[in-house]
Ligand binder design. Structure first.
Ligand SMILES: Cc1cc2nc3c(=O)[nH]c(=O)nc-3n(C[C@H](O)[C@H](O)[C@H](O)COP(=O)(O)O)c2cc1C
Length: 183
């Protein structure tokens, strides 16, 4: 039987969603799938989602929206995506919050992305990202220290902080693999 092929297409500005996509790829491989990772900022041409049995899309939130290039990928392949098993993983700092209202904002941004793109994935995951002070320029570092770091006291800008719940990423991926395999 041919291997189940899964495309993991993502956007990432400071690398955390790239790390999440890699972990998703590893788990898919251990579940017996053939995973192809594509950073949508530099997609190979042609990139044809229709040749895959399933597609996972990942994107992170900056200033209240996901990467535009991920949005246009989903828009232009919406019909293909809506016809096969798909999942959307949204990475943000709001998802890391202890405050339910802020976590709710992450869910709203995820739903907003799906509404804007008219995409109806089989599964969605809102997952916490990272504060990567080492990747930011001076102003972003100060801004993120105030907006992101203060809530948890993670204000030491000489190091990075990671909040991603890897177990949630792994179990979500395993469930998705079952869905693609059974399709
Ligand atoms: C300039 C900037 C703006 C951000 N804006 C938001 C935001 O509006 N809401 C949010 O929840 N997280 C926000 N974040 C946090 C990112 O979503 C988080 O750092 C995530 O891990 C980034 O993923 P990436 O490394 O894949 O780009 C912002 C981060 C930066 C650097």
């Amino acid at each position: 039987m041919p291997m189940t092929r899964v495309l993991v297409a993502y956007g990432s500005s400071e690398g955390q969603t790239a790390a999440v996509a890699e972990r998703i790829g590893e788990i898919l491989e251990t579940e017996g799938c053939d995973a192809t990772l594509v950073h949508l900022q530099h997609p190979p041409s042609p990139l044809e989602p229709a040749v895959y049995d399933g597609v996972v899309v990942g994107a992170s939130v900056h200033a209240g929206s996901h990467q535009r290039y991920v949005e246009s990928f989903v828009r232009s392949h919406r019909e293909t995506l809506n016809r096969r098993p798909t999942a959307f993983v949204s990475v943000s700092l709001s998802a890391a919050s202890d405050d339910a209202e802020r976590r709710g904002t992450a869910d709203e941004l995820l739903d907003g992305f799906l509404e804007k793109t008219d995409w109806d994935p089989d599964g969605t995951l809102s997952v916490a990202g990272a504060l990567k002070y080492s990747e930011y320029g001076l102003f972003t570092r100060l801004l993120m220290r105030r907006l992101g770091g203060k809530e948890r006291g993670d204000t030491d800008t000489s190091r990075d902080y990671e909040y991603t719940d890897w177990e949630a990423v792994e179990s979500f991926t395993r469930e998705f693999a079952t869905l693609v395999d059974g399709d």
